[in-house]
Design a protein around this ligand. Structure first.
Ligand code: MN
Length: 534
């Protein structure tokens, strides 16, 4: 039987068969939206195949993290959304007989092979645009459903039905903070990934009622992962991802269609939806609270209901057309280029089993929610949301997202108030411990263009990482990149010059440098940027 991505089918079956041979599996995954959905897909597939497992998360799968994993008494380790790039380290442990790795990843593999390695790049499929870690995990989950000789509970119907009896594999979940014993801030301790509910059923991603013996219901999470990894950045998912979307639609867990390409269609009040939409800048509306209000007021539209602003998802199709066409007209009349106007419409991925007006219904809002949990090292919360915890985990995730937005806005205020130090070719600021190192790059990018922060020079931001190291983040503009800016090279070279390391993309990159080397770093970066832009 051909899976959702035929090129990967044979390898996926081999990996699935190996997992079925294991008495129990350690599931290790990356901490971001794609990694969390990868883990949730793998967890549910293992659960349904009655393979006991435990889940751990790592921000970075470095030598120490792999050594921690090897030190556990698991003989089989399933890596999702990482593992390929660390095959050199993993391979050494495999050779030493520490564990057998099974890998479902989409990152560039290190120069080494292993038998149970599922990665689109090995089969001519683009790993950055056509299949995510969650997509690779989904391909594995589909194969696992096929090869598992575990008789699914009769209540797990092939055409979708209620899953029960998942309790026989009693897994616990540990986060990396427990493995690395750095304390963390969790107070509720490890909990089972699959807590049997009082009615005996097991909570699953799209609600227990949707669990399917063929695992096709998990396609919804695979799409959230792909969107979280920016694979729909061009307006829609394509390549291998399309096969997954098709299975999700057929399983009744996904709906797709052309819609306004704005973030927040489920949860943002209409004026905020328009005001905050800045990918396509519409003069007088984008970044303009009063302008967005005036624009909406001028339409023949009921804007509030029961005193609350309405949301896009709650509008009728007729009302959506009214807003969309007025928006396009405004864009045209204010001279927005046609190419940009086309970007106002894109393919929306709707999780049809989730309630209207919640983050969970929109793949892009869902992935943002997951990233907020990841950024504050609460993988347990993100995983809980993916696994269907609609009470505690969902509320905590929403709280983390609110805190994240508040941290960003406080950070931007701070940077704008203090300003950046201007060098000849770059500008920079040092946030010390006033902005978290995990968000200082986003803050720097968002502050560009504010008073005192130029858009004609790249910005470099420092924030304390720990007692000895400083995190460096840099952001440029696409216009600077067209003139030759490559921040990946700048961060790499300047950091190595002071005994650190770094890299990334041309328009956004990062590095870690020893504390005290900031000035030397800036001098070196200034020189390199000067050369690039000359
Ligand atoms: Mn990924």
């Amino acid at each position: 039987m051909a899976g959702p991505v035929p090129e990967l089918e044979d390898r996926a079956v081999a990996c699935a068969e190996r997992l079925c041979e294991a008495d129990r599996v350690l599931l290790a995954s990356h901490i971001d939206a794609d990694g969390l959905t990868s883990a949730a897909i793998a967890a549910q597939a293992l659960e349904r195949a009655a393979i006991p497992f435990e889940t751990v998360f790592e921000k970075q799968l470095d030598e120490d993290a792999v050594a921690d994993i090897a030190a556990t008494d698991y003989d089989t380790v399933l890596f999702t959304d990482f593992g390929s790039g660390q095959l050199d380290i993993i391979g050494d442990h495999e050779d030493a007989g520490d564990f057998t790795p099974v890998i479902a990843d989409h990152h560039q593999p290190a120069d080494r092979e292993t038998e149970y390695h599922l990665n689109p790049l090995l089969f001519g499929i683009n790993g950055s645009s056509e299949l995510s870690g969650a997509g690779a995990s989904y391909v594995l989950a589909r194969a696992l459903a096929d090869v598992s000789d575990h008789d699914p509970d009769p209540s797990v119907a092939a055409d979708g039905g209620k899953q029960t009896g998942g309790g026989e594999s009693s897994q616990t979940r540990r986060t990396s903070s427990e493995l690395s014993s750095d304390g963390g801030e969790r107070s509720d301790g490890p909990r089972s990934t699959s807590e049997p509910r009082s009615d005996g059923s097991t909570v699953t991603a799209s609600g227990a009622a949707n669990a399917r013996a063929d695992n096709c219901d998990l396609a919804a999470l695979a799409v959230v992962g792909a969107v979280g990894d920016m694979q729909a950045a061009g307006g829609e998912l394509h390549g291998a991802n399309e096969g997954i979307v098709a299975e999700g639609v057929a399983a009744g867990v996904l709906e797709t269609g052309k819609d306004l390409a704005l973030y927040g269609k489920q949860t943002r009040p209409l004026p905020k939806l328009l005001e905050y939409a800045t990918d396509v800048h519409i003069p007088g509306i984008s970044n303009d609270a009063n302008g967005a209000l005036r624009f909406l007021d001028g339409l023949d539209l009921e804007l509030k209901r029961d005193g609350d602003w309405r949301r896009w998802a709650g509008l009728t199709n007729e009302e959506k057309r009214t807003v969309a066409s007025a928006l396009v007209q405004r864009a045209v009349s204010s001279g927005v280029p046609t190419k940009k106007i086309d970007q106002l419409v894109s393919t929306a991925y709707v999780l049809s089993e989730e309630p209207v007006g919640t983050e969970l219904r929109d793949a892009s809002e869902f992935s943002t929610l997951l990233n907020a949990t990841a950024r504050y090292e609460r993988a347990d919360v993100g995983l809980g949301v993916c696994l269907g915890d609609r009470d505690g985990a969902l509320e905590r995730a929403r709280q983390l997202l609110r805190e994240h937005r508040r941290n960003l806005s406080n950070g931007i205020d701070l940077v704008t108030r203090e300003g950046a130090t201007q060098e000849e070719h770059v500008q920079w600021f040092h946030a010390s411990d006033e902005i978290r190192e995990t968000i200082v790059g986003i803050v720097a990018g968002m502050a560009m263009g504010n008073a005192g922060i130029s858009r004609s020079k790249p910005i470099i931001a420092f924030a304390d990482k720990n007692d000895d190291e400083v995190k460096v983040s840099s952001r440029g503009t696409h216009s600077l990149v067209r003139q030759g800016l490559d921040l990946s090279a700048v961060m790499g070279e300047a950091s190595r010059a002071v005994g650190g390391d770094g890299g990334g993309h041309d328009v956004a990159a990062g590095a870690t440098v020893p504390k005290g080397e900031e000035e030397t770093f800036v001098e070196r970066a200034d020189e390199i940027v000067g050369e690039q832009l000359s």
